[in-house]
Design a protein around this ligand. Structure first.
Ligand code: NAD
Length: 246
């Protein structure tokens, strides 16, 4: 896909990885809709940065775990932009619970983690499909994590949610082809506000990673650019972790 004149919706797009992906698409000429649920200030600032690059951008509030809000967001994108070509599901949440602390992982934590990371990703894909088909096709990228395939991460629920995203990506890629491609990026440790509170953890990852550093959001945006430019890759997981999980 040539990104010039295309429209991308990025959930959780005001901060971290989503923000960087939005900026990288904008530099290629795509308009970008920045979704947020609570990070309104950051989403508006990102939309302004994108407009400063000379392409249209706005911020839309929707909690991705709420189907009605997600459907309303897709309608608003079509009203405002007249098309939808790319969806990046970057919105995510977690609660840090040591993997061995089974009692510490409450039902509420399970429900919230799966509602945002897994169900929310599905809701956004589903709502985007009619808009993408009426735009002549589309490209969906779901942000998973190496926590999915490895089972190591901020909680057992988080790992399961990200494994679910990988599985769901393959199911959706089959049923939505050939009009819509669906792929996953599985990052390792990425330097964002998500990981900012654990400098020791970052140092540990740098040491244990063959590439001897953790990822910057731009490393993930590079993979996203590859996927949206491709007209053939679908149902795949691209791991961007400096070799940590091999
Ligand atoms: P981040 O906190 O900057 O991004 C998460 C975004 O999701 C935020 O903008 C937040 O406001 C938004 N969000 C949370 N709940 C939402 C909801 N219900 N509806 C809409 N938006 C919601 O952190 P990040 O590191 O950029 O994380 C982005 C994605 O990358 C997440 O899905 C995360 O699981 C994944 N990831 C991060 C890392 C890492 O090390 N940082 C590693 C692997 C995967």
């Amino acid at each position: 896909m040539n990104l010039k004149g295309k429209v991308a919706l990025i959930t959780g797009g005001g901060t971290g990885i989503g923000r960087e992906i939005g900026l990288s698409f904008a530099r290629e000429g795509a308009g970008v809709v920045v979704n947020y649920s609570r990070s309104e200030k950051e989403a508006n600032a990102t939309a302004q940065e994108i407009r400063d690059l000379g392409v249209p951008s706005s911020a839309i509030k929707a909690d991705v775990s709420q189907d009605a809000q997600v459907r309303a967001m897709a309608d608003k994108v079509m009203e405002e932009c007249g098309r939808l070509d790319i969806l990046v599901n970057c919105a995510g949440t977690t609660t840090f619970v040591k993997m061995g602390d089974l009692e510490g992982l409450t039902e509420e934590m399970w429900d919230r983690t799966l509602a945002v990371n897994l169900k929310g990703t599905f809701f956004c894909c589903r709502a985007a499909v009619p808009a993408m088909k009426s735009s002549g096709g589309g490209n969906i990228i779901n942000i998973s994590s190496i926590a999915g395939p490895t089972g190591i991460g901020s909680s057992i629920a988080y790992c399961a949610s990200k494994a679910g995203v990988i599985c769901m990506t393959k199911s959706l890629a089959r049923v939505l082809a050939p009009e819509i491609q669906v792929n996953t990026i599985a990052p390792g440790f990425v330097d964002t506000r998500w990981t900012a509170d654990w400098p020791e953890f970052k140092a540990m990852h740098e040491e244990a990673t063959p590439m001897k550093r953790v990822a910057q959001p731009a490393d993930i945006a590079e993979a996203a650019l590859f996927l949206v430019r491709s007209d053939f890759v679908t149902g795949q997981v691209i791991t961007v972790d400096g070799g940590k999980s091999m």
